[in-house]
Design a protein around this ligand. Structure first.
Ligand SMILES: C[S@@+](CC[C@H](N)C(=O)[O-])C[C@H]1O[C@@H](n2cnc3c(N)ncnc32)[C@H](O)[C@@H]1O
Length: 143
């Protein structure tokens, strides 16, 4: 079998996780004019979805590696190459900040989360999805 590429890996993650992510985002009081930040946008599916959903607002798709993001895909999409460890957005820039499977790669994640709160407008939403390893070894239940 051929080796999976980074893009294959990102697309696989999207295929598995997008239905739950989008169902959750749809449960928020999303408005057409919302400004959204997608941290670690990967291959872009969530950023594209948000940009299409919030057509009167805009979406910043931020990633340290933007090779797999197409800035022309949706007109209100802004692709930015940033390292979230050191990048700052202006306070109160976004109604929604979303990130999925990114903070596990960022040792200073608590600090990034604290700054992400500042980038939100009052009442804005910070949605963080990440991996959670169940402590199988210490579980009283069979595997
Ligand atoms: C496992 S992928 C998840 C991609 C996407 N969020 C998803 O769930 O489909 C992790 C992404 O985070 C990005 N990333 C890792 N460290 C980063 C950093 N310090 N700043 C910005 N992006 C980062 C990677 O380039 C990659 O695109």
């Amino acid at each position: 079998m051929d080796e999976l590429t980074e893009l294959d890996r990102l697309r696989l993650l999207e295929r598995v996780k997008d239905p739950d992510t989008i169902a959750f985002l749809e449960s928020l009081p999303l408005r057409d004019a919302w400004r959204c930040l997608e941290i670690g946008a990967g291959a872009g599916s969530v950023a594209y979805w948000l940009a299409t959903r919030c057509l009167e607002g805009h979406v910043v798709a931020a990633d340290i590696d933007t090779r797999h993001l197409d800035p022309r895909r949706v007109s209100n999409l802004d692709v930015q190459e940033v390292d979230i460890n050191s990048h700052h957005f202006a306070p109160s820039s976004f109604e929604l900040v979303h990130t999925r499977a990114v903070l596990c790669h960022v040792p200073a994640r608590e600090e990034v989360i604290a700054r992400a709160f500042e980038w939100l407008t009052p009442g804005g939403w910070l949605v963080v999805e990440d991996v959670y390893t169940l402590p199988v070894g210490s579980s009283p239940y069979p595997a």
